[in-house]
Design a protein around this ligand. Structure first.
Ligand code: WT7
Length: 652
């Protein structure tokens, strides 16, 4: 099969222990072992009828054929109503929806479902007053403040589609998304807090909008109080927009949307330079996220749940906003970094709110490992019952550390595999059922059929090795298409193996039938649980006036999982130095965002190319990973690689 990202897979063999569910958890778990016996269609229909509230019941569970399905056709539904209003109507108005914790230590808010409803209605009335209506497209560029979920819910309430752009992205990245979706409105804030410093979201938005003719109004939440440049007639403060607006639900009823109406677009890196606009629609997305949330995290009325992701990524959409709110969950939402003011901030939060579930990424676990367990030991973490992991393969060492040092040696660790395109968790343990294996995501969620196939599309039997991870039947919260490019949707996900969704990940199924994820097999890299495209970073590098050519790959990194390695040739045969490397990193940060900065830059007079002029990235990956080189016979000039190897050895 194709090569996978994960060269640490041998690690997995070192941990042979398995972990049974704690008896009390198993006895009262939402999911029991027989959940795996359910017929997928019966399972989804039952969940759709019990977990969601419909204005008009759907008539058909699913229609269409690969790769275009429609779910719950005929149904009328509203995401905001399911997340907020119905809970208030059902007597849960006083239940806390979010314990919000700002980065500055005394900045806290306790937001009940009734509070949330009032804020959402006020915002929705405000949005209408500035011209947002059903079918509008709105870009949202914010940090982790309550107005972010309020914005998403208020837009869903009136039937406007949105795209949330991660607050760490550059003006160029923001502009690309605004233009792709032709957004008429932007919602942002003056600045966001990051380790005590202000990140200038408004300034970035101003720069972006310069190249976005579709934008008529920019709504700005005042958060950090930094100076902003004001564009009269275009910019409006959030507090002015909502001033005097009604917060009475009846003043702005939830729009009855079709099940398949667009809820949001989430842009994600692919194998070409242009990010893919992954489309999620209303009913199926709500169902997939809430059902998985309920069973995977064993949500009870008294659960205090914390997903420590950023809402700017799909994990935050599905597991901070929509999934938990549909289930009327009490969540924690935290604005800042784990080390502000000190490295025990997370554990302090868990102790104070008595969190029962923590969901985070392996890279964060490894960062805490590096800092040492003493920060966790300062706090009583005994409220925790379930720990979750997402975003990249979790190495067994980190898995065990997480369970022992955060979970007190007793909590299940659920390693959940999924993607932006999937909307919901697809392969995962169930905490009251599964015998856990550190490093394995174990089983497809009930209702999901996953298979690992070889290059010819033949299923590889359990225990017989690794291949391409594919999903063989549709699921409610799958992407419907790529915004404005259905052909790309069909080509990327459905053309290699007709009838199978191609995940882009490698996997193997062991002799027990358990799934082990092995990383990306395409030109996508996974750094700190964030998805980056080799081509996108290469384009950003060659955009620098002194760069002649660039080739990007990645290598294993003890903290970030993978680390970006860039091979760069400067114009005129000039050699680079540390200062030039910094300049190039800053340039990549400017074009894409700081997350895309290459960790390693190797300056080289030449890149290895075939005789037809194609860069041999495969060889560069071997060099980066310090491996024996693959076939070099097709190289136009074999000495080029030797020179690169010599130079790569000098770079740490
Ligand atoms: C890619 C998707 C939706 C989750 C956040 C990232 C990798 C995700 C796991 C896991 C191994 C994982 C895959 C996948 N990934 N979770 N538990 N084990 N790998 O979403 O940005 O769409 O990235 O993240 O490589 O393809 P994303």
């Amino acid at each position: 099969m194709a090569d996978t990202e994960d060269t640490n897979i041998a690690n997995l063999l070192h941990e042979a222990r398995t972990f049974a569910p704690p008896a009390d958890l198993a006895a009262n778990a939402n999911a029991k072992a027989d959940i795996y016996d359910r017929d997928p269609d019966e399972f989804w229909a039952t969940e759709a009828n019990s977990r969601l509230s419909w204005f008009t019941p759907y008539t058909t569970l699913r229609e269409g054929e690969a790769p275009h399905w429609k779910w719950f056709t005929g149904g009328k539904i509203n995401a905001c109503y399911n997340c907020v209003d119905r809970h208030v109507e059902n007597g849960l108005g006083d239940k806390v929806a979010y314990f919000w914790e700002g980065e500055p230590a005394d900045d806290k808010r306790r937001i009940t479902y009734a509070d949330l409803q009032r804020e959402v209605v006020r915002a929705a009335n405000g949005f209408k007053s500035v011209g947002i209506e059903r079918g509008s497209h709105v870009a949202v560029y914010m940090g982790m403040i309550p107005e972010l979920p309020v914005t998403m819910l208020a837009l869903a309430r009136i039937g406007a589609a949105f795209t949330v752009v991660f607050g760490g992205f550059s003006p160029d990245s923001l502009a690309g998304r605004i233009n792709d979706m032709q957004c008429t409105h932007v919602v942002t804030q003056d600045g966001s807090w990051r380790r005590g410093k202000v990140f200038d979201l408004k300034g970035n938005t101003d720069t972006a909008i310069e190249s976005c003719p579709s934008v008529v109004t920019n709504i700005v939440v005042k958060r950090t109080g930094n100076d902003v440049v004001w564009h009269d007639g275009r910019d409006i403060w959030w507090h002015d927009m909502v001033d005097g607006k009604s917060e009475d639900a009846a003043s702005c009823p939830c729009a009855p949307m079709d099940s398949e109406d667009l809820l949001f677009v989430m842009y994600s890196s692919g194998t070409t330079g242009k990010p893919k606009g992954v489309m999620h629609t209303t009913a199926g997305y709500l169902l997939g996220t809430s059902t998985t949330h309920y069973y995977v995290f064993d949500i009870k009325p008294e659960t205090v749940y914390w997903c420590a992701a950023d809402i700017g990524w799909i994990t935050g959409h599905s597991y901070i906003v929509f999934g938990p709110l549909v289930n009327a969950t009490t969540s924690i939402m935290y604005e800042g970094t784990p080390d502000f003011p000190d490295k025990d901030r997370w554990w302090d939060i868990i102790e104070r709110y008595q969190a029962t579930v923590l969901y985070t990424a392996p890279t964060t676990v490894r960062t805490h490992m590096k800092w040492g367990p003493e920060y966790a030991q300062r706090h009583d973490l005994s409220s925790l019952k379930i720990l979750g992991s997402v975003g990249e393969p979790i190495n067994p060492e980190a898995w065990i550390w997480y369970r022992d040092n955060i979970g007190g040696g007793k909590t299940p660790v659920v390693d959940t595999w999924w993607q932006t395109e999937n909307g919901m968790i697809l392969i995962t343990p169930l905490p009251g059922v599964s015998e856990l294996k550190p490093g394995a995501a174990l089983r497809p969620f009930p209702g999901i059929v996953a298979e690992v196939v070889d290059e010819q599309g033949q299923v590889i039997p359990p225990g017989a090795g690794a291949g391409y991870l594919t999903i063989t039947s549709p699921w409610p919260s799958m992407l419907r298409s790529l915004y404005g490019d259905d052909q790309r949707y069909q080509d990327v996900y459905w053309s290699k193996f007709p009838g199978r969704y191609l995940s882009g990940d490698g996997a193997r199924v062991d002799a027990d039938g358990d799934f082990w994820l092995m990383g990306r097999i395409d030109d996508v890299m996974n750094v700190s649980g964030h998805r980056l495209s080799t081509i996108e970073i290469e384009s950003a590098l060659v955009d620098h006036q002194e760069v002649a050519e660039a080739a990007v790959t990645s290598k294993p990194d003890p903290i970030t999982g993978r680390a970006v390695v860039a091979y760069v040739t400067l114009k005129g045969g000039v050699d680079g130095d540390a200062a030039k490397a910094k300049e190039l990193r800053d340039h990549v940060a400017k074009v894409i965002g700081p997350i895309a900065k290459p960790a390693h830059i190797v300056f080289t007079p030449e890149l290895p190319k075939t005789r037809s002029g194609k860069i041999m990235r495969r060889l560069l990956k071997d060099v980066a990973e310090n491996k024996t080189l693959g076939d070099t016979t097709t190289l136009a000039d074999p000495t080029v690689v030797e020179e690169i190897q010599r130079r790569a050895a000098l770079v740490v």
